[in-house]
Design a protein around this ligand. Structure first.
Ligand code: 6GU
Length: 227
């Protein structure tokens, strides 16, 4: 899988992919992540990528030209399954959407900055709009990093069986059960006996019950949603 990220602040995306699971996915050749500076496509003499809004509101709006040229140059090289604009007024990201995107093909992620992009970019160039939650970030970059991380960890081979993505919270519509490690007692705080019993069937049953109860207590809304 290949993910191309378009941004005016590429430095914001240097850290998130340089370590851990996403880096491992890249090292193994399972995913290629390319961060592009939209400014490189600007035909303006000062490499401008924004302008004042029609209608005279505060803030700047990202212009069409560099974004369209960036998208065109990528699409000339390969097909993309989706061209996604990260925006707080997009479809809210959940595990179901992450699963879909992880098996769909290559992606372009467009990060908005300032007051966002000219609406015509959204109307004519973008195939999907995604938000990562009901709060406002300064730009789409951190949202793109979140989406990329969530997708990459699902790609076959990126994480090992020992931490199978299938046991994640949300993957079966439930939150994950509590986990414990050694020592079995610390400060007098103990691990539930069942987990040390060696009875795998009983352990699994206990974990399922815990997952169910935790979901019921913390996120009853999950029972009403398909996921
Ligand atoms: Cl995708 N972008 C911005 N700027 N803010 C957000 C967001 C995206 N999702 C939640 N808040």
């Amino acid at each position: 899988m290949r993910i191309d990220i378009l941004t005016v602040v590429p430095r914001l995306l240097e850290g998130p992919f340089a370590d851990s699971i996403v880096q491992r996915g890249q090292d193994k050749g399972l995913v290629e992540i390319h961060v592009h500076n939209i400014r490189n496509w600007s035909k303006d003499t000062h490499q401008k990528v924004d302008d004042v809004p029609f209608g005279g509101n505060a803030g700047m709006v990202m212009t069409i030209q560099p974004i369209q040229d960036a998208i065109d140059s990528l699409r000339a090289e390969r097909d993309y399954a989706e061209i996604i604009y990260l925006t707080p007024d997009g479809e809210r990201l959940n595990q179901s959407l992450v699963n879909t995107l992880s098996i769909g093909g290559d992606l372009i992620l467009l990060c908005g900055h300032y007051k966002g992009v000219d609406q015509r970019v959204r109307d004519h160039l973008i195939t999907r709009e995604v938000s990562i939650g009901d709060y406002v970030l300064s730009g789409g970059e951190l949202a793109a990093a979140v989406l990329t991380d969530a997708i990459v960890r699902l790609l076959p081979g990126v994480i090992g069986d020992e931490q199978s993505a299938l046991t994640d919270s949300f993957q079966d519509g439930l939150l994950a059960p509590p986990v414990y490690t050694r020592p079995a007692e610390y400060n007098g705080w103990t691990v539930p006996d069942i987990l040390r019993s060696g009875d795998h069937a009983a352990i699994q049953k206990w974990q399922e019950k815990q997952a169910f109860e935790r979901t019921q207590q913390r996120r009853p809304d999950l029972f009403g949603e398909d996921s």
